[in-house]
Design a protein around this ligand. Structure first.
Ligand code: AMP
Ligand code: MG
Length: 332
């Protein structure tokens, strides 16, 4: 006799944080979204050639329709299926840095819809370097459209838990691949007259890319003065108010009545009066700092603080990328 098993029903409905790629494959094949781990941040993935799945990504993220998605493919060989007229320097970069945190913006073929590209004739594409996700990509015959798995504007997720805290509904499967090894979004390179142009600072320092293909044009405004508002549109932001200041310990001393969270690069003196202190890297190692960056922000944001205070890092290598994210996090 049939009897309704409510616990079973709940289990079916519940979001699964899992390492079973078959659950992800089954969902993706029927046009559902899954969260995937990558070396940069977690992605909110759907079948890039399924218009309904692509639209779900924009809706779930509350992403503006004019902001295009990144396509994820399993290998360089798949590139020709979705792009055309690939410049020589793009090929060189792809061969050297894929799988890895490098996104190339290239002319798209018609099979990729204008929804994915937000009306542009180009698409952003990369091969992510994460064993679970590479295995997943090798098991499906479509590319994955996957922007970061956070609501538009918020802190990017670097653990499966970050993803589940953002999305209670609309996402059944979260593939758990541990803490993202790079912890910052990919570096984005576009091409104008076949010459490479930097579109976004990311997990590969620009100097590494220049060692491969020579000088890369820069379109990003590198304004170091964080007090000039409007230079950086708000993004990557915690819910807690956050400010950039030069002298952290002085601020703490002068604001003893406030619950202050400190996000600092290295371990320095003078923060003992702060309510909470996150150190990105005790020894000042920039790669370790990058890996811990979003995770530290998530942690501070969950502590009911009055304010988070932080300071810019040395402006070299990945310091440039972290500073870019910090300036956007504090922007209005
Ligand atoms: P996310 O995956 O959330 O890091 O966002 C994808 C990033 O890639 C956004 O900054 C997009 O603006 C950028 N992007 C995607 N497609 C293109 C394109 N065709 N041209 C320029 N930027 C792009
Ligand atoms: Mg994002």
């Amino acid at each position: 006799k049939f009897s309704f098993n409510y616990t079973f029903f709940l289990k079916l409905k519940m979001q699964k944080i899992t390492t079973d790629i078959n659950l992800a494959i089954n969902s993706l094949k029927i046009g559902k979204l899954v969260a995937i781990p990558t070396e940069t941040v977690y992605g909110l993935a759907g079948d890039a050639l399924n218009e309904k799945a692509v639209k779900k990504i924009f809706i779930l993220k509350k992403r503006p329709l004019h902001n295009p998605l990144i396509l994820h493919i399993s290998s360089y060989e798949k590139l020709r299926e979705i792009t055309k007229n690939v410049p020589f320097k793009a090929k060189k970069l792809a061969k050297k840095f894929w799988p890895g945190p490098l996104t190339l913006v290239l002319e798209k073929k018609n099979k990729v819809s204008n929804t994915v590209s937000a009306g542009k004739s180009t698409i952003a594409v990369r091969v992510p370097n994460h064993p679970l996700t590479l295995k997943l990509l090798n098991s499906i015959d479509f590319p994955l459209a996957a922007p970061s798995a956070n609501p538009s504007g918020f802190i990017s997720p670097t653990t499966a838990k970050h993803v589940s805290s953002f999305f209670k509904d609309g996402l059944d499967v979260i593939l758990n691949g541990g803490l993202c090894s790079k912890g910052l979004e990919s570096t984005i390179i576009g091409f104008e007259n076949d010459n490479p142009i930097l579109y976004r600072h990311g997990a590969i320092p620009i100097s590494d890319l220049e060692n491969c293909v020579g000088t890369i044009g820069k379109k990003i405004k590198d304004n170091l003065n964080p007090s000039s508002p409007g230079m950086f549109s708000r993004h990557y932001s915690p819910r807690t108010p956050i400010i950039l200041i030069n002298n952290l310990s002085k601020y703490i001393y002068q604001n003893k009545d406030k619950k202050i969270g400190v996000l600092s690069f290295e371990n320095k003196e003078g923060f003992s009066l702060a309510t909470k202190h996150e150190i990105l890297s005790k020894n000042g190692d920039i790669d370790e700092a990058a890996k811990n960056f979003y995770s530290a922000l998530h942690s501070l944001d969950s502590k009911n603080l009055d304010i988070i205070i932080t300071t810019l890092l040395p402006e070299k290598g990945l310091g440039k990328t972290i500073n870019d994210r910090l300036k956007r996090a504090v922007a209005n």
